[in-house]
Design a protein around this ligand. Sequence first.
Ligand code: ADP
Ligand code: MG
Length: 325
Amino acid sequence: MSQALSEFDLIARFFDVQALTGNPLNPSIPLSIGDDCALLSPAPGYQLAVSVDTLVAGVHFPLAAPPERLGWRALAVSVSDLAAMGARPLGFTLALTLPMPDSAWLEAFSAGLAAASQHYGIVLVGGDTTQGPLSLSLQVMGEVPAGQALRRDGAKEGDGIYVTGSLGAAHLALDYLNQQGSLDPRIEALLSAYYEPASCITFGQSLRGIASAAVDISDGLLADIGHIAKRSQLAVLIDSSAIPIHPVVKELSSSDRALYAASRGGDDYQLAFCVPEAHVEALLSLPFQVTKIGRCQAGSGVFLDGAPVHVGGYQHFEVSDDNSR
Ligand code: ADP
Ligand code: MG
């Protein structure tokens, strides 16, 4: 354990630093860390897109997660919601709960967070620092031209369903998290999918005007595409043989397990989205890897190879419902 740190020393030393707070003359952020609130000014004609995610140690990441990679992942998974809306990142806040202020841990965590913030072009504008079991809440804010956000409720009958990249690696990584520093590059590829997920920020913005609906894959492809089905009041039909499975997942697992990881495993943070026929040419002209995996039709629910699937995804409160008593 390093020397004791006060809350304000900690903020000044690890979070109110230029690598995280960016250019002080950024016109979108006239006031940042140090006041009661930050002030954000989206460009005229733009809407503010806002989302918060909490990561609890032992639930959303292993207690022994390397702090630098954790810093990157925490921001990447939060920014993924902006990608799914087609928003451009502006700023984020960080509510950090720590058992003890350990300087070495904080330094590595803030370095990872700063690297991700530079990568995604989003700056830290404020936060809160408290003592307790390790947890991180990041609220991200972005801007999107009014009326052009990629919502879950816009899909129409006949739209094709697509995904970015390949799936399953982050889920499989959970089996290997205690093999950090593994010399097998395949294991490192899985760990990288988990700690440095896709978060398709640029691609999400280029889908504006092309996609009718979009969602990021945090809880598993079938569960998340189920949100589009529900909000758009449609049935979604997925062809399992079309799902792009990460090559390392194919190599390291049986075909059943690989399909499970890619279709139901979470944590990939690729995008799933719907595109009407009239926009397919525009989609295919974008410089990104996309795969068509199915289509929307009248009805409700999610179907895999024609069979209805139960798509719970990861549920925090699944076990019992005490309110019913
Ligand atoms: P308040 O009491 O008004 O909520 P605080 O004393 O908690 O403010 O925080 C002081 C300033 O430091 C605020 O601008 C707040 O946004 C910022 N801040 C606190 N914790 C963090 C953190 N972990 N990362 C970035 N900024 C932080
Ligand atoms: Mg406070």
